[in-house]
Design a protein. Sequence first.
Length: 163
Amino acid sequence: MLEIEMLYNRYFSRVYSYAIRLSSNDSIAREITQQTFFKALEKSKKLSDDANVFSWLCQIAKNTYIDYLRKERRIESLENIEDISEERNLEQEYCEKEHILKIHKQLHKLNEPYKEVFMLRVFGELSYREIGNIFSKTENWARVTYFRAKVQIQERMEGYCNE
């Protein structure tokens, strides 16, 4: 097991730099870095001595940043809620839920990175630039990967509906 103080002293600046690249914001990057080391402390017993520590910390930072973005989007959406119509078509809601379930099933059959890019774009509501940054790739790479994932899901849905 590695000492968290040693991890902090050795990797703080590198993890902080990674968080700055993800968020493009100093205060957010500092918060993400703090949370990363806190989570690392909780999980450090699971880390073997020969593991790639920096990659492990960056993965924690990436997931922490994604959680942060999701939380921020939820807060924004709660602030912008308009009156919701009470007239609901239960049959339509059921059909929509069934369709969404089928899409999720096909999504989970996708290979990486298509699955994760699609989920970050649709469920995480991240921009292509943000997705590219997470994977250390370009914005264009994120666009192409998302488009390919979407095409694969559509093709699988066509086959699924014909069964």
